[in-house]
Design a protein around this ligand. Sequence first.
Ligand code: AMP
Length: 392
Amino acid sequence: MAKVTVKDLNVKGKRVIVRVDFNVPHKNGVITDDNRIIAALPTINYLTENGAKVILLSHLGKVKTDEDKIKNDMSIVAARLAEVQSAPVKFVNATRGAELENAVAEMKEGEIVLMQNTRYEAGESKNDPELGAYWASLGDLFVEDAFGSVHRAHASTVGIPTHLPAAVGFLVEKELNVLGGALNDPQRPFVAILGGAKVSDKIGVIENLLKIADKVLIGGGMAYTFQAAEGKKIGTSLLEADKEDLARDFMAKGAGKLFLPVDTVIANDFDNPTDIKTVKAGEIPDDYMGLDIGDETIAEFKKALEGAKTVFWNGPMGVFEKPEFAKGTIEICKALAELDGATTIIGGGDSASAAKNLGYAEKFSHISTGGGASLEYMEGKELPGVAIIPEK
Ligand code: AMP
């Protein structure tokens, strides 16, 4: 069953509240990456072109103090939004009250109102029922298009659609189609590549993908917990000792499909590495730490990827922020970008930035806009902001 989409709604003349993901990175009032604004345009443009009055809601950053409010003022997004599409944009520096209500009442078809940061309201993250009902009272219809936030049950993602006819926007629809395709009906072989710092962040996704994928390749800092669990020497590498039993369990369940690094790039110090070398996995001297996968592992992982028809990648293979330890991530990214005839999916986060920074973004079938949401989806969890939208 598919979700109701924005195309199923009769939007002409209606006040349509759209939960977008405008949580863009910014520094000193300057947006450093406007991808999320651009990603929201298909839905926004469809609505303005079809005569809707478009009311946009999003969070921006974390808001706990008054200082956070100043830092995460949504007005910077309004300025950029006005530049990248043609409809008039009115920014309302309020999250409730007469100014907001009047701005909405004065809207004409095809116009846009962007509200101040939803997190200016303490009730947003608690899904305060009063807040959700109040925001819903500003509109006739609701569209969920903030994939990066659908794993959170907040007033703007779940509270509002409790009260209004609701649909998913084009961005959420695409994410669900691509990720859902990989999860429910993948073209095989399906290979998952998981990296990053901690096993604890990825337990659910490893568990679920070991059931669904044909191969699961594990790199990054979390690989060392697996090696420690086998009684191997990992030096001062990242270790979650309380996850060793779980790692053993995964290795037993995943026998034949779980691939771990066979060699590792090590260094004597994280901040100031003066001695860098490659050793066999599990043979790391006591005062060294593993910071990337080695060349043999790169070759093995590339071999495991040969012929793959679906690939899901989340998490770097090493400390890719430092050039000395970026090779594993770069090589895996390249190998994926060059795969022929495969659906290649990046589950957001650091792997998405790696692909973009390396100039390979266009070579992937899909780069998810929601790191946390795509991981939870691949874990097989229900996403509250999606569950609340009715099926067709
Ligand atoms: P995550 O958010 O879980 O995907 O983790 C990403 C972070 O993991 C990046 O900042 C990497 O620098 C870090 N990381 C990857 N491999 C290692 C490693 N071997 N040791 C320490 N940190 C690592």
